[in-house]
Design a protein around this ligand. Structure first.
Ligand SMILES: [Zn+2]
Length: 846
C-alpha cells in the first residue's frame, strides 16, 4: 500500500472500535447479551471515534437511565445538521410554504430515516442489533453505504426502552445455565406498563414516550420510521409490511403507498440475500393509532414494523414436520403464495440469524430512503399541505367551562406532545352561535398533523369484518375505539367554520389558578368533579388534616364534595396548579361523613401484569399511598389488620389462583395466591375490608364469595357477542359514594369485559308466581348499560347482552364490601373520566 493510500485508509477509519472489542463478544453470539449500560458505553465510544456520528441525550427513563439518540450521516452533512433538521421541519409542517420553495427545499434536504431498537425487551435480538447497525453505518465503505450517508440523516435510537433491556439481560445472566434459561423476568420490562410501552404513543403518559415524541414531532420530523419487533407469525421467519386491513381512513393515501413501497424493498432484498420465510399482509393492521409505528401515520410519516422470529439467544433446530399447516388467514405455510413466496423449510436457527434479518431490513429501509430522498421530502410536504387545505374551515373548541377543567388542560397537553398547535382565547368569543369564555382553547383543523387531531377527537367507526357472512369476527390487531374527549370526559365542540377570536399560542396548558370565593368562617369545600380533588385531598390527609365528604349536593355541586377545616395557605398550597374548584364555608355543611387515611394494598402477582402497572401508575399520579401485595402475603393471614382496601387489577381467577406454572420459573415466583389466599381475601372482606375487583378480576368474588351476581358475558359465542376495545355509554348513579363527582352519563372503556346481572335466584314460589325477587338487600348498582345505543366509539357486536345490566356494583360481604368495577376504569392511563370510580372505592366511608 502506498503512503497516500495508507493515509486515506487511516483517515477513513480512525480507530473506530468494533462492537466485539467493546463487549468481549460479537453481538448476537449464542447465549450472550449486552446490557443497556454496555450498549450505551459503546455508542459513546463510537461517537468519540467517528466524525460520522453525533450522539445526543434525549431525557431520562422511568427508572432514571439516560436515553440516547445517535445521528449517522456523512461528515459534511453532520456539519450542517441544523440546516437539514430545519428543512425536514419546514416541509413536515408545510405552514406558509409555497410549492416552489418546497421543491427547492426537497432538492437541498436529506431524507430523515429513523430506526429504533429495544422497545419490547423480551424480544431480545433487536437491542443487540443496534451496535451492529451503528458500526456498519459509520465504517462501511461500500458504494451503497457511502450513498446512504450522502443522502440520508439516519436517526438511530440505540434503545427506546433502556430499563427493560438491562432488566432482561440481568435476569438472563442470573438464570443462564439453569433450567429457567428461557424464562422472562417476573416483572414488567417498563416500570409501569411493560408491553404497553407500545400503546402509549398518542397519550404519552410515560417519560420514554415523551422523550420520543419530542424527537419525532419537535426535532427531526423523520419521513420514514422503522420500529423493530419480534416474534413473527410462526413458522415465518419475519413479518414485513404490507400490512393487513382494515386501514384507518384518517391515514393519508401517500403514507400507505409509502409503507407498501418500503415493505416491497425490504422483502425483495431479503430474497436477494436468500433469507427465506418472509411473510406480509398478516395479523398486523393499520387501524389503531398509538403504536411506535402507527402514531406517525397520522403525522404523514411512513411507519414500518417488522416482527422477526426466534428471540432466544440459544440455537434451535426447527422441524418442519411440526409446523402448523396454515397461517391465521388460511394461507399455506409450506406452499408459496403472493405474500409468502419463499417459505421457511425448517432447520437451524441461531440468534445471529435473527439479528441478520433485522440488519437486512434496516439496510433496505436506508437504501430506499437514499434512492428516493427528494421524493420522501416532497411527499411529506404535499400531505401536510393537503391537510392544511382540508381543515381550512374547521376548528375544535375546548371551552373553559368544563366538568373537570384540570383534565381538559391535560387533554390539551396530550395534543401538544403529539405536535398539534393549540391556541387559547384571551377574550370571550362566539362560534356557531355559542359563546365561550376567555381561557377556552381553539385547535385549528388547518395544520399538517390534522389526521392525528381528527383521529383523536372524533369517534372511530370500525368496519364490521367477519371471517364469512354472519360468521365470527376477524379480530382487530388492538383496540377499535379511543376517542379522547369521551375517555377523558372533556367537552370538545367541532365547529365547521374558521373561528375568529383573539388568542395566544399554547406551549403547555395550565388550569386557571384557584380562586376561592366567599368568606371562610368554618372551612373549605373542594369540588369532587375534578379528578385532582383527590390529589388535593391526599396531600391534606398526608399533612394530617381531617377531611370529610358531603353525602348530599352542596349548592350546585353534586354529592361527595370534600370539606376540610384548615387555613387558606395550606389549602392553596395543596391545590396549586391543579385547577380544582374550592369554596369557603362559613359553617359546617349538613350530612357529612368523615374520611381516614386509607391503608391501600394493590395485588401484584408475578409475571408482569400490565393492568396492575397502569393502576400503580395512576395511583401515583394522584398521590394515593399504597403497598404492593404479593402472593406470599395474600397466602399469609392477617390482611385485615394491615389494610382497609385491597385492589385486584384485571386478571382471571385462574391467573390469580395459580400464578406462574411450576417449573417455568424459580419456585419463589410460581404458584399464585392459591385457595388459601382466596379464603384470606374473603376473610378480609367479611371482617370489614373493601375488596375492589377491576374488570375480569371480578370473577374472583363473583365465583367464590357467593355474590348474588352473574357475569352475563361469560360463555357468550364470539360470533354473537364481541367487544374487543370499545367505548360504551353507561348510566351512573352519582348519589352513590362509589360514583361521587361523576356525571350521570359516562364513557366506559370495554375490552372483553364482564357485565353483571344482579339478583338472587327466585324461590320456587316466586318462580311459580312470576315474582321478581328484586335487588338483594345491601346491593347497589352504581353504573349500568342503557336500553339502547351503547356504542360511542369503535366496534360492538351483540349489545343486547349488555343492555340494562350492571357495569359497576357494590355488594355487602359480612361487615365489609366488594366493589366490582366491570370495565377498564383506568384504561392505559387514558380513561380519566372513570378514574373516580376507583378513587372513590379507595376512600369509601365505613
Ligand atoms: Zn414487540
Amino acid at each position: 500500500m502506498s503512503t497516500a493510500l495508507l493515509l486515506l485508509a487511516l483517515f477513513a477509519a480512525p480507530d473506530v472500535p468494533t462492537p466485539a472489542s467493546a463487549f468481549g463478544f460479537e453481538p448476537c453470539a449464542e447465549r450472550e447479551l449486552a446490557t443497556y449500560e454496555e450498549i450505551s458505553d459503546y455508542f459513546r465510544k463510537l461517537d468519540a471515534a467517528s466524525e460520522r456520528m453525533k450522539l445526543f441525550e434525549i431525557g431520562k427513563t422511568a427508572e432514571g437511565r439516560t436515553m440516547l439518540l445517535s445521528v449517522v450521516s456523512s461528515e459534511e452533512n453532520l456539519k450542517k445538521l441544523d440546516r437539514y433538521k430545519e428543512i425536514s421541519k419546514r416541509l413536515a409542517l408545510a405552514k406558509g410554504l409555497g410549492e416552489e420553495e418546497a421543491r427547492a427545499l426537497a432538492k437541498e434536504g436529506k431524507a430523515v430515516v429513523w430506526i429504533d431498537f429495544g422497545l419490547h425487551s423480551t424480544e431480545r435480538a433487536h437491542a443487540q442489533t443496534a451496535p451492529l447497525l451503528a458500526y456498519k453505518a459509520v465504517t462501511d465503505e461500500s458504494e451503497e453505504m457511502r450513498a446512504i450517508r450522502e443522502n440520508v440523516i439516519l436517526v438511530l435510537i440505540p434503545n427506546i426502552n433502556p430499563d427493560g433491556t438491562t432488566l432482561v439481560v440481568d435476569w438472563y445472566r442470573k438464570v443462564k445455565g439453569t433450567p429457567f434459561e428461557e424464562s422472562s423476568p417476573p416483572e414488567l420490562y417498563q416500570k409501569y406498563i411493560g408491553h404497553d410501552n407500545n400503546r402509549d404513543f398518542y397519550m404519552f403518559n410515560q417519560p420514554e414516550s415523551k422523550n420520543v415524541a419530542t424527537q419525532l414531532y419537535a426535532e427531526y420530523f423523520p419521513q420514514i420510521i422503522y420500529n423493530q419487533h419480534q416474534e413473527a407469525p410462526f413458522p415465518a421467519r419475519i413479518f414485513v409490511p404490507p400490512f393487513e386491513d382494515p386501514m384507518n381512513p384518517n391515514i393519508p393515501p401517500l403514507v400507505m403507498r409509502g409503507i407498501n413501497l418500503v415493505g416491497e424493498a425490504m422483502t425483495r432484498r431479503m430474497d436477494q440475500e436468500e433469507k427465506t420465510g418472509v411473510v406480509s399482509r398478516l395479523s398486523f393492521d393499520t387501524w389503531w393509532n398509538g403504536g411506535m409505528r402507527t402514531a406517525p401515520y397520522f403525522h404523514n410519516m411512513v411507519g414500518i414494523l417488522t416482527e422477526t422470529g426466534h428471540s432466544s439467544p440459544m440455537t434451535v433446530e426447527y422441524d418442519p414436520e411440526k409446523f402448523p399447516k396454515t397461517f391465521s388467514n388460511g394461507e399455506s405455510t409450506s406452499e408459496p403464495s403472493t405474500y409468502y413466496p419463499n417459505p421457511f423449510r425448517g432447520g437451524t436457527w441461531r440468534f445471529r440469524d435473527s439479528c441478520g434479518y433485522m440488519m437486512t431490513g434496516s439496510m433496505a429501509v436506508l437504501e430506499i430512503g437514499s434512492d428516493r430522498r427528494e421524493e420522501w421530502l416532497y411527499d411529506i410536504y404535499r400531505m401536510g399541505q393537503d391537510a392544511i387545505e382540508k381543515g381550512a374551515s374547521e376548528t375544535y373548541v375546548i371551552s373553559a367551562e368544563q366538568w373537570d377543567p384540570g383534565t381538559a388542560a391535560k387533554l390539551v397537553n396530550v395534543l401538544r406532545w403529539g405536535g398539534i398547535e393549540v391556541e387559547q382565547a384571551t377574550a370571550a368569543f362566539s362560534a356557531a352561535g355559542k359563546s365561550y369564555p376567555a381561557g377556552s382553547y381553539l385547535v385549528r383543523g388547518a395544520q399538517a398533523f390534522r389526521p392525528h387531531l381528527t383521529d383523536l377527537l372524533n369517534p372511530q367507526v370500525y368496519p364490521d369484518r367477519r371471517l364469512y357472512p354472519d360468521g365470527p369476527p376477524e379480530k382487530p390487531y388492538d383496540i377499535t375505539g379511543w376517542t379522547l374527549p369521551f375517555q377523558m370526559g372533556v367537552k370538545v365542540d367541532k365547529v365547521l367554520e374558521r373561528v375568529t377570536a383573539s388568542t395566544s399560542p399554547v406551549d403547555w396548558a395550565k388550569p386557571a389558578p384557584v380562586a376561592i370565593e366567599g368568606q371562610a368562617g368554618w372551612g373549605y369545600a373542594i369540588d369532587a368533579r375534578s379528578n385532582d380533588a383527590f390529589t388535593v385531598v391526599n396531600r391534606l390527609l398526608k399533612a394530617g388534616a381531617s377531611v370529610s365528604r358531603t353525602r348530599s349536593a352542596l349548592g350546585d355541586w353534586p354529592p361527595g364534595a370534600f370539606v376540610v377545616q384548615t387555613g387558606e395557605d395550606r389549602i392553596q398550597a395543596a391545590a396549586r396548579d391543579l385547577g380544582v374548584r374550592i369554596q369557603a364555608l362559613a359553617e359546617a355543611p349538613a350530612d357529612l361523613v368523615s374520611l381516614r387515611v386509607p391503608r391501600i394494598a394493590l395485588y401484584h402477582g408475578w409475571g408482569g401484569n400490565i393492568d396492575e402497572g397502569w393502576t400503580r401508575w395512576v395511583l401515583e399520579q394522584f398521590e394515593f399511598p399504597y403497598e404492593s401485595l404479593h402472593d406470599a402475603e395474600v397466602r399469609a393471614s392477617g390482611l385485615r389488620a394491615r389494610f382497609d382496601v385491597i385492589v385486584l387489577p384485571e386478571a382471571s381467577l385462574s391467573q390469580m389462583l395459580g400464578g406462574l406454572d411450576e417449573g417455568t420459573m424459580p419456585p419463589e415466583y410460581t404458584g399464585g395466591m392459591t385457595p388459601r389466599g382466596v379464603f384470606n381475601l374473603f376473610e378480609f372482606t367479611s371482617d370489614g375490608g373493601v375488596l375492589v375487583a377491576m374488570d375480569g378480576a371480578s370473577e374472583l368474588p363473583v365465583e367464590i364469595f357467593g355474590l348474588h351476581v352473574q357475569n352475563v358475558t361469560a360463555n357468550q359465542s364470539e360470533s354473537k357477542f364481541f367487544i374487543p376495545g370499545t367505548i360504551l355509554k353507561v348510566k351512573v348513579d352519582n348519589r352513590h359514594p362509589v360514583a361521587w363527582g361523576m356525571p350521570e352519563e359516562a364513557a366506559a372503556f370495554f375490552a372483553r369485559s364482564p357485565a353483571f346481572d344482579v339478583g338472587r335466584e327466585p324461590t320456587r314460589l316466586e318462580d311459580q308466581r312470576g315474582i321478581d325477587p328484586g335487588t338483594p338487600e345491601g346491593y347497589h348498582v352504581v353504573a349500568s348499560y342503557p336500553k339502547e345505543n351503547l356504542l360511542m366509539s369503535g366496534w360492538l357486536m351483540g349489545e343486547d347482552v349488555l343492555t340494562e345490566n350492571a357495569a359497576v356494583v357494590e355488594a355487602p360481604v359480612g361487615r365489609g364490601r366488594v366493589v366490582l368495577l366491570g370495565f377498564r376504569v383506568q384504561h392505559r392511563g387514558q380513561a380519566h373520566q372513570t378514574y373516580k370510580l376507583l378513587f372513590n372505592s379507595l376512600l369509601l366511608p365505613s
